[in-house]
Design a protein around this ligand. Structure first.
Ligand SMILES: [Zn+2]
Length: 284
């Protein structure tokens, strides 16, 4: 056991394939590594297995901002690299007065408190900070590289609405440009004989890191801000951790609901949906 570490998912994997105990935090002054757990002991819905290596696009402004935090605390030269690693979330080493740090991209959009803790952990080997960093990784396991490659080509340009353009705007407006690890597509049209009883306008698949939007929204009478609202909601599932316990209430946590209301045309979008739900249910 590793009793000094309170992360629930790190106490389970005790040995590597070769039977050695996996070190969690390496000794002070050595190259340190924050690891994610052995995939064999992690619930299978978590995206930890290999996918095809999708390219990531790191937001350079966000990277530099984080690098400056490291430099201020370290007081010397710092090289920060951002990764899409599956196992090593944070690594660092020092040589000749300069600090090299590699962090998973989930940290670019992390709250201030978490980024401060990241710096405190790397620069000062602060134990409390490592706890905060570990908890953040724990809550963001779904952001670690997709475990299932997305089947088939993505369809982003609809007849009416372009999901890539919508995603890019949302990324700038609400996520500081830090969302480089999520995909979006129109869902497939299904043949439909009579009116639906319910309709899922959007969905988010964590194992694919993919937002799907129902093709019924790709219509001239559906305003762009409404499509945008649906994509925004699903993107929040990508960035806001679900609460423990399962079920829809844990997916839509108080934090999730607060962020959702930050959508600039929130009231208007909710009202539009209420007014047009019957037409959406009947639409082919
Ligand atoms: Zn939802």
């Amino acid at each position: 056991m590793t009793p000094q570490l309170g992360f629930p998912w790190i106490s389970a994997p005790k040995a590597t394939r070769k039977g050695r105990v996996r070190p969690w935090l390496a000794p002070r002054m050595a190259t340190a590594v924050l690891r994610v757990p052995d995939p064999r002991v992690v619930p299978s819905q978590l995206p930890l297995l290999t996918p095809g290596g999708a390219q990531i696009f790191v937001h350079e402004g966000a990277r530099q901002a984080l690098e400056r935090r490291f430099m201020a605390a370290f007081g010397g030269s710092v090289q920060l690299a951002v990764t899409d690693n599956r196992r090593r979330m944070v690594t660092h080493s020092r040589s000749r007065g300069s600090l090299r740090v590699r962090v998973h991209m989930m940290f670019l959009g992390a709250p201030d408190r978490v980024r401060d803790a990241l710096v405190g952990y790397v620069v000062h080997s602060n134990r409390e900070a490592s706890q905060i960093v570990g908890e953040y990784i724990d809550q963001n396991l779904h952001r670690i590289r997709a475990s299932r490659p997305v089947p088939g080509p993505l369809k982003t340009r609809g007849e009416r609405h372009d999901l890539v353009a919508i995603l890019a705007e949302l990324n700038e407006d609400y996520f500081g440009g830090t969302l480089s690890d999520v995909l979006v597509t129109w869902g497939r049209r299904t043949s439909q004989a009579r009116a639906r009883k319910s309709i899922k306008l959007g969905s988010y698949s964590a194992v694919e890191r993919l937002v799907r939007v129902h093709p019924v929204l790709d219509k001239p009478w559906v305003p762009r801000y409404f499509v945008s609202f649906i994509v925004y909601h699903e993107l929040l599932h990508h960035v806001v951790p679900a609460l423990r316990g399962g079920g829809p209430a844990s997916l839509h946590s108080p934090e999730f609901n607060r962020r959702e209301r930050e959508f600039r045309r929130y009231e208007q979008a909710v009202a539009w949906e209420r007014k047009h739900i019957d037409r959406l249910l009947r639409a082919g």
